[in-house]
Design a protein. Structure first.
Lengths: 369, 149
């Protein structure tokens, strides 16, 4: 038989688009495959090229046969659309592997490409029996094989342990009458039947066991079913009620506790602020008292100096008196505000000038001191 | 003779005769397509301007899976990669051959190799090589070192 023609043998009507040519055979692609690097070849061309070098023929990128993928459908479609002249078509029709031919022996229609394979299986052809050397029709061969007198066969009791093997002809003439297993054939049949029944039963039981096992496993894995309230003793219900009440109470108490805590902290804050204010006030008062003391000190110093300079003790005493008056007047309301602390200051200022004013002298106060 | 060999060389011959590349002319090709002669002209503006060389292509049945044997005949151009016996030191003719290469692309490669020469001189080991070399350059183990060409 002629091999199915390859499309390379065709002449095409038009100039074929260069992009549809395999760069190895320079013919339109047949069964095109594409490489990961994006090049397309005929499958046969690609495998031939890769057998000599494991690189892409176009860009030399490493490439193996396994990396080749069937090319995009559009490429195959475009190649299939190429037209061949009518003459080539007629030639092709005769050679086409898919055309039907009639088998001369069995008269059945067979595909051109299958005719060679058909010859080995045509039911109309004769075969020679390998045992009796007689020509037999292929269709009847399997039947013949089971009755051929020259064929080698084993004793039908081979499964029970009979080792006999020989030509079928000899079995009937010789072995069948002498085979010890043949004598207890009836027992074997009964035994086999019983055995079959037991095996079947065994199988059924086995499958039942496995079903039950899976059921148990499912039940074991399933979440526990909650017990309906109706089945629970009433005492349980009561306890549950009480428990709920207790939980509620606890919540209430917790809330109250939190309220008290908040009240406390607010109160604490208020107290702190009041304390702070008071402290500040006291501190101011202390400052003013301290200032007054300083003023008195400095005035006393002045007086001491003045006394040395001046002989008149009247003046000294009068100034002293006025100073102490001022001091006594301011101490009553000093410390309230800083403004109130000013009189003793002005008194102090004045005190520097006073010693020169004789009219202000007062002997009686001076003596008091 | 394998079908792909005939088919491809027929096509290449037809294409080269119909649209020959500049400076490349098919002199003759045997009927069985196994032996070709190509006339190559030195490109304008190069050291080989105005000169003509004859190339011989020998194809095995395995072409294009196997590279053709390419040598210069008669007047061998004086070039640092071409030995005086006509053998050409060009990687694509030997282990870098790819079935996607064609006679036309091989001719263009040789032409560009000629054009890139800056000095007309023989390879430094010319005398030694032509004494020991076999008839076919494909029997030589080539070492390629000049990437500029």
């Amino acid at each position: 038989m002629r091999p199915p023609p390859r499309a390379t043998e065709y002449e095409y009507v038009d100039t074929v688009n260069l992009n549809l040519l395999c760069c190895i055979c320079y013919c339109p692609f047949i069964d095109p495959v594409s490489s990961p690097c994006g090049h397309t070849f005929c499958r046969l061309c690609a495998s031939a090229a890769l057998s000599s070098a494991q690189t892409c023929p176009v860009d030399r990128a490493p490439l193996s046969l396994a990396q080749l993928q069937p090319a995009a459908r559009v490429i195959t479609s475009m190649v299939e659309e190429l037209q061949v002249p009518r003459g080539a078509l007629e030639v092709h029709v005769e050679e086409c592997g898919h055309g039907l031919v009639t088998c001369e022996v069995c008269q059945s229609a067979v595909k051109n490409k299958d005719i060679e394979a058909h010859a080995t299986e045509c039911p109309g052809s004769t075969v020679t029996c390998p045992d009796c050397r007689e020509p037999i029709l292929r269709s009847g061969f399997s039947e013949h094989a089971s009755i051929c007198q020259e064929a080698t066969m084993s004793c039908p009791h081979i499964s029970h342990g009979c080792p006999w093997e020989g030509k079928r002809r000899l079995f009937y003439s010789d072995h069948k009458s002498s085979c010890p297993f043949e004598a207890i054939k009836g027992f074997f049949i009964l035994n086999d039947q019983k055995m079959d029944a037991l095996t079947r039963l065994n199988m059924t039981l086995k499958s039942e066991i496995s079903d039950l096992r899976t059921e148990i496993a499912i039940l074991r894995d399933a979440p526990p079913v909650p017990v309906p309230a109706a089945f629970l003793p009433p005492i349980v219900e009561e306890t549950a009620d009480r428990m709920g009440q207790l939980l509620l109470d606890t919540d209430l108490l917790r809330g109250e506790l939190m309220n008290i805590n908040a009240g406390f902290s607010a109160l604490e804050m208020r107290q702190d602020v009041a304390l702070l204010n008071e402290t500040a006030r006291l501190r101011e008062e202390m400052h003013s008292v301290r200032a007054l003391c300083q003023a008195v000190q400095s005035q006393l110093l002045n007086f001491a100096l003045d006394r040395r300079k001046e002989t008149s003790s009247n003046i000294t005493s009068s100034v002293l008196t006025s100073t102490f008056n001022a001091l006594a007047g301011s101490s009553g309301d000093s410390g309230n505000t800083t403004g109130n602390a000013s009189p003793p200051l002005s008194a102090k200022k004045g005190s520097a000038a006073r010693p020169v004013v004789p009219g202000r002298s007062d002997s009686s106060t001076g003596t008091k001191l | 003779m394998s079908n792909i060999f005939t088919k491809r060389l027929t096509k290449e011959l037809r294409d080269l005769q119909a649209n020959p590349p500049a400076g490349i002319l098919i002199d003759k090709a045997d009927d069985d397509l196994k032996l070709w002669r190509v006339v190559m002209s030195g490109a304008e503006g190069t050291l080989y301007q105005g000169e003509q060389f004859k190339l011989q292509f020998k194809f095995s049945n395995n072409y294009p899976l196997e590279s053709p044997e390419v040598i210069f005949l008669d007047t061998v151009p004086i070039h640092p990669h071409i030995y005086s016996n006509g053998h050409i030191c060009l990687s694509i003719l030997y282990d870098q051959w790819s079935p996607a290469l064609t006679i036309s692309s091989v001719c263009l490669s040789i032409q560009s190799m000629l054009s890139s020469a800056t000095k007309k001189e023989r390879p430094p080991d010319n005398a030694m090589y032509i004494m020991t070399a076999k008839k076919s350059p494909k029997a030589t183990t080539w070492a390629f070192h000049d990437d500029k060409v």
